[in-house]
Design a protein around this ligand. Sequence first.
Ligand code: ZN
Length: 237
Amino acid sequence: MQQSDTALVLFSGGQDSTTCLAWALERYQRVETIGFDYGQRHAIELAVRPAVLAGVRAIAPAWGARLGDDHMIDLSLLGKISDTALTSDVAIAMQANGLPNTFVPGRNLMFMMVAATLAYRRGLTVLVGGMCETDFSGYPDCRDDTMKALQVALNLGMATRLKVETPLMWIDKNETWQLAERTGGAALVDLIRTETHTCYLGERGALHPWGYGCGSCPACELRARGYQQYQQSKDVR
Ligand code: ZN
């Protein structure tokens, strides 16, 4: 427990950010969450947040005591100035520049900047994000170098000593499930499985072993494959 540090977790209601939230609750005495409404095609991501937060609070009394305010920020500006498969109704496809059209340019940069501004006002010293460059879609704003550069830029620009923590940066989806299990046991794995949302298409019909989703979009494929590997690793352990 790092008594002096307090954290702001970028929390979307998905698998990664829920795992990051649990990771932060194990480490910091006060943890707040921030979420962004940027005109996502499917509001389902935003809709699951309260249930996930309530579930996280219920896992351990200490977590319930440390988890503070949730801040929902309107970033509809981002949806207005960018045109991507996450904010408008077009099919998911690969672009000429090698990035999928689910990439929202500037998204994580803007998220981090807004989070730093809120952390400044709330006196929070650590920003926690679920960025990962291990098995990601090649989003350049998920890279470790991008996050490290951003930490420097934010601190220079605001005369602060904010720390940017990305606990998932070097682990794959299988290891993300394992991290959830180590942090919050079977209760957290079950909460992530049944309450969080990752699917790009907003599909929430049938509950698969790995959770809800269409099963075929890139986000579902990653999540399902990771869960399968996690189950196999459990058999070995
Ligand atoms: Zn899907």
